[in-house]
Ligand binder design. Structure first.
Ligand SMILES: [Mg+2]
Length: 278
């Protein structure tokens, strides 16, 4: 599919008839990564997986990616290569080719941006804002506390996203990057959407990292699961989807607002999602 990869002015790809999906994500030092702690390889990997996770959120397969890195002056060629190798590792794991890149040096912190090109699978692309009242809501894994390390090492849910797109019962889908409480309203539609949701607090899968963070900071683990970010799990609305890997957490309602049900009591779930910080 890649006719001309890195080396010419632009890459050249064969593209089958159908839809081209495209997106870009940035990874900024001090915001999404910490170059004092994380290796350049881990940073390249995360930067790439963030973009690949958006493919998963659409039920699409990544085909090719391009990476641009702005390096703080003083970073050598080896540092840039390590970022590339990390990106390469993440992309290869999803059979995605890195087809271009650019590096430049400047007097500011590290910034890595990855553009991804994808192809939709099955009935995809699966969009946001297309859920229906009565839809069930699912997540693809336990949530919260990713700042303890998972935010660097997660694997994008491409295969699950593709299987869901092929299933047909999925009406809306996205990946959770900013926390369930912030991303769920986005799944339901633009601001002012007529749809809402009810979440059953007991059904929300809490990651052991969220429990660990809770022990450290005294905040309930459920709050970490609802509000922390960078889970990179899928958030899915659809008909009954008895698919391994999906956990049902609630339902879409015909009235706006996100309701959290705790022991029969209903409260409004405020979007306190993660403000990308380390
Ligand atoms: Mg996303």
């Amino acid at each position: 599919m890649v006719r001309v990869g890195i080396g010419d002015d632009l890459a050249v790809l064969d593209w089958p008839s159908g839809l081209l999906l495209a997106g870009v994500d940035q990874c900024l030092d001090g915001v999404h990564v910490d170059s004092k702690v994380h290796s350049p390889r881990a940073i390249g990997k995360k930067a790439t997986n963030r973009s690949l996770s958006d493919c998963a959120g659409m039920g699409s397969r990544p085909v090719a990616a391009l990476i641009a890195a702005a390096l703080p002056s003083g970073c050598g060629l080896d540092y840039a290569k390590e970022i590339y190798f990390g990106a390469q590792e993440a992309a290869a794991a999803q059979r995605c080719a890195i087809i271009g890149g650019d590096t430049a040096s400047w007097g500011y912190p590290l910034a890595v941006s990855v553009t991804v090109l994808g192809q939709s699978a099955g009935a995809g692309p699966i969009l946001r804002g297309t859920a229906r009242p009565g839809d069930r809501l699912y997540v693809s894994g336990s949530l919260g506390g990713s700042v303890l390390g998972r935010h660097m090492t997660f694997a994008p849910r491409i295969e699950l996203g593709v299987r869901l797109a092929e299933n047909g019962g999925v009406h809306a889908m996205m990946d959770i990057s900013d926390g369930l409480s912030r991303d769920l309203p986005r799944l339901l539609g633009p601001e002012g959407s007529a749809l809402g949701a009810v979440i059953d607090a007991r059904a929300v899968p809490i990651h052991s990292d969220a429990e660990e963070l809770s022990r450290r900071d005294g905040r309930p683990a459920l709050e970490h699961a609802l509000h922390d970010g960078e889970d990179y799990e899928l958030l899915v609305a659809g008909t009954e989807l008895p698919m391994p890997g999906l956990i049902e957490i609630g339902a879409v309602t015909a009235t706006p607002g996100i309701i959290l049900e705790v022991d029969g009591k209903r409260t409004i779930l405020q979007p306190l999602g993660w403000q990308h910080r380390l």
